[in-house]
Design a protein around this ligand. Structure first.
Ligand SMILES: Cc1cc2nc3c(=O)[nH]c(=O)nc-3n(C[C@H](O)[C@H](O)[C@H](O)COP(=O)(O)OP(=O)(O)OC[C@H]3O[C@@H](n4cnc5c(N)ncnc54)[C@H](O)[C@@H]3O)c2cc1C
Length: 507
């Protein structure tokens, strides 16, 4: 094996690794992907992602093939009590959400992973090695050395990379190497996940998600895609896990809706859902992303979504360091920005889980009464801010994603901006920024977009500002009421090669 020093080594080729491989391949970095298994993990795991994730997929250039394998979730989530009465419909779903796509999508994870892996084949600079397991990691001053075993031949070798991203899932070797503790948000509940493929002649089942808030046995039903349906069924005290996955038990559990002759069992597995976040996401050249960094109960359908947000945050930073010579202190902003963000989602999933999982009859009936008021504020889909990092200003919408409107020429905003920084503003404000700011924009390949399009002008009006600066991951870096403000925001960008100085952490 060669002694090349790769720009980035990715360990693990699940959704986090495959998305990052696309983003880094697109940026032209030399990347090696090391994956222990030959095939994509075949069983269903994630079935839902949100609009921001579709936008990340759009950034990889794979929106069209992904749209072809998923369906927009337009019917919301129905909360049904033990008597079968619908107490609440959590709506807010639309085909045209703020990200320029639907707010929610349903899909089959192995199909998504296949599209992502096919996408990586576009990039000659990405070397994918399946059946190559990383067994040891040695972080050094100049590069990191990985010990690898080709599992089909048992041949061992080492390779070097400037940065290593552990996209290696819940049992991450990279996380063990970093040696971080995990913050525990307290929910560790076993659930049975039962997936079926409906046969012809099966009875009609709801095409929306149903939360069966029955205190004797909380359950969730989901229409995935095509004929695939899922039940997630909570294990109750006294349940024997081995018995729960017996065919007879499974059919008994779903007997109100389906008989064995109506569907083929795809799998029945008991998962204990965790709610944990690594306390350290970066050490030297080692970084964590996806399940390696955090795990969430699936009540908001957000584990993989968080993984894709991680790698979108990381990709432009790695590109800036490798290609533009930016100081790698920039990588410290990865954890500081992403950790509080994912924390907000996990905390909400835990709260939602505790509500759905209520088994005490009194607690359950109080919950049902609250649901019927139609104001269970817990179900607002969160839009947390990023934590401190490459941001200027504390108040939202700074640190939140900028929407993706369709502009008057018919193109979506990101189609104008590509994957760089963007400065959108009144022509006069942009024009009177200092030469130094303009040089910084140039060095960062920022797209400077005068707000002549009415949609952009209206956005500035409604926020009372003259300009807005967006990061390549489409989060708002800062908003300016004058060209001086814009200069101050620009000054938060770390220096590119040729200029010296450490990263300024702007709050
Ligand atoms: C039942 C269930 C339902 C879920 N529902 C949703 C949902 O609706 N929405 C959602 O967003 N998320 C959901 N999730 C979570 C989602 O599936 C995970 O968050 C996602 O798969 C994490 O992706 P990842 O790439 O970080 O890790 P993984 O998909 O676990 O990939 C890690 C990869 O690393 C490889 N690897 C590990 N160690 C090594 C090594 N030493 N060398 C080489 N390779 C290695 C593994 O073989 C694996 O391929 C659900 C999960 C479950 C279990």
């Amino acid at each position: 094996m060669s002694e090349t020093v790769f720009d980035v080594a990715l360990i693990g080729y699940g959704p986090a690794g495959a998305t990052l491989a696309n983003l880094l391949g697109q940026a032209g970095l030399s990347v090696v992907v090391l994956e222990r298994d030959l095939d994509i993990y075949p069983l269903p795991r994630a079935i839902h992602f949100d609009g921001e994730v579709m936008r990340i997929i759009q950034a990889t250039g794979l929106r069209a093939p992904v749209e072809a394998i998923c369906r927009p979730g337009l019917k919301g989530m129905h909360f049904v009590n033990a008597a079968g009465e619908t107490m609440l419909i959590r709506g807010g779903t639309t085909l045209n959400g703020p990200h320029g796509c639907a707010n929610n999508y349903y899909f089959h994870q192995p199909e998504l992973e296949q599209v992502l892996r096919d996408g990586v084949k576009r990039f000659a600079s990405v070397d994918v090695r399946l059946q190559h397991e990383v067994t040891h990691i040695e972080d050094g001053a100049e590069h990191t050395t990985l010990a690898v075993t080709a599992t089909c031949t048992q041949q061992t070798y080492t390779l070097k990379a400037r940065y290593v991203v552990g996209c290696d899932g819940a049992r991450s070797l990279v996380r063990k190497t970093i040696g971080t503790a995990m913050k525990d948000l307290g929910l560790h509940q076993p659930w049975l996940v039962f997936d079926v493929i409906l046969k012809d002649g099966a009875p009609a089942l709801p095409d929306h998600t149903v939360q069966h808030c029955n205190p004797t046995r909380p359950m969730t039903y989901c229409n995935v895609t095509g004929n695939r349906r899922r039940w997630e069924i909570m294990l109750m005290p006294g349940d024997d896990p081995a018995n729960m996955v017996e065919t007879e038990t499974l059919w008994k559990l779903v007997s109100p809706w389906l008989k064995p002759e109506h569907a083929k069992v795809e799998r029945a597995v008991i998962y204990t859902f965790h709610s944990i976040i690594a306390e350290v996401w970066r050490q030297g050249r080692l970084l964590l992303a996806g399940d390696a960094a955090h795990q969430t109960p699936p009540f908001l359908g957000q584990g993989m979504c968080a993984a894709l947000r991680d790698v979108h945050n990381l990709a432009w930073k790695l590109e800036a360091i490798v290609k533009q010579g930016v100081d790698d202190a920039l990588l410290d902003s990865y954890e500081s920005e992403r950790s509080p963000h994912v924390h907000a989602f996990i905390e909400l999933a835990v709260r939602l889980g505790n509500i759905i999982q209520a088994t005490d009859p009194e607690q359950a009936s109080a919950r049902d009464a609250r649901f019927k008021t139609g104001q269970p504020e817990i179900f607002e889909f969160p839009s947390p801010r990023l934590g401190p990092g490459i941001l200027q200003g504390q108040a939202p919408p700074v640190g939140q994603p900028f929407g993706q409107p369709r502009l008057t020429d018919g193109r979506l905003l990101d189609e104008h901006l590509g994957d760089h920084f963007a400065v959108i503003g009144r022509p006069n404000t942009l024009g009177t920024a200092t030469e130094s700011s303009k040089a910084t924009w140039k060095a960062w390949h920022a797209v400077v977009l005068p707000s002549t399009d009415p949609t952009l002008g209206q956005w500035l009006d409604s926020h009372g500002v003259e300009a807005v600066m967006l990061r390549p991951d489409r989060y708002i870096m800062g908003m300016a009421t004058s060209s001086t403000d814009l200069d101050n925001i620009t000054a938060c960008l770390p220096a590119c090669s040729g200029r010296t100085g450490a990263l300024t952490q702007c709050r």
